[in-house]
Write a protein that binds this ligand. Structure first.
Ligand code: ZN
Ligand code: ZN
Length: 110
């Protein structure tokens, strides 16, 4: 018989992370901070409002943590040409939409 003298057991503990973001939303529909007990030094007690015992952030919540679109420096070439400004704004809006679409796609393709 080739047996080890001990059976090794390693315990994994999940503790509250104050820097994570209390308002992030779990797939159970409740916020991160609600998965811990503030009266027991933020012990990991599972969700207070349902049977969920392990926080897993929703895709929507993750996307909302992303930075907003940054257009960079805006141009002023248009001067008093309203039609130029209309085209310019359409382009900025288009770039902003593309930014968010690609970001959302990057989450849903996982
Ligand atoms: Zn939960
Ligand atoms: Zn819950």
């Amino acid at each position: 018989m080739n047996q080890e003298p001990y059976v090794e057991v390693r315990l994994i503990q999940y503790h509250y992370n104050k820097d994570y973001g209390d308002t992030r939303v779990c797939e159970c529909g409740h916020s991160y901070v609600r998965h811990f007990d503030p009266y027991e030094s933020m012990e990991n007690v599972g969700c207070k409002y349902c049977a969920c015992d392990h926080f897993k952030e929703t895709v929507t919540s993750m996307i909302l943590e992303e930075k907003d679109y940054d257009s960079g420096l805006l141009s002023d070439y248009g001067g008093g040409d309203v039609k130029w400004w209309h085209d310019y704004l359409r382009n900025v809006i288009h770039d902003c939409n593309t930014y968010w679409r690609e970001l959302i796609d990057s989450y849903t393709e996982k």
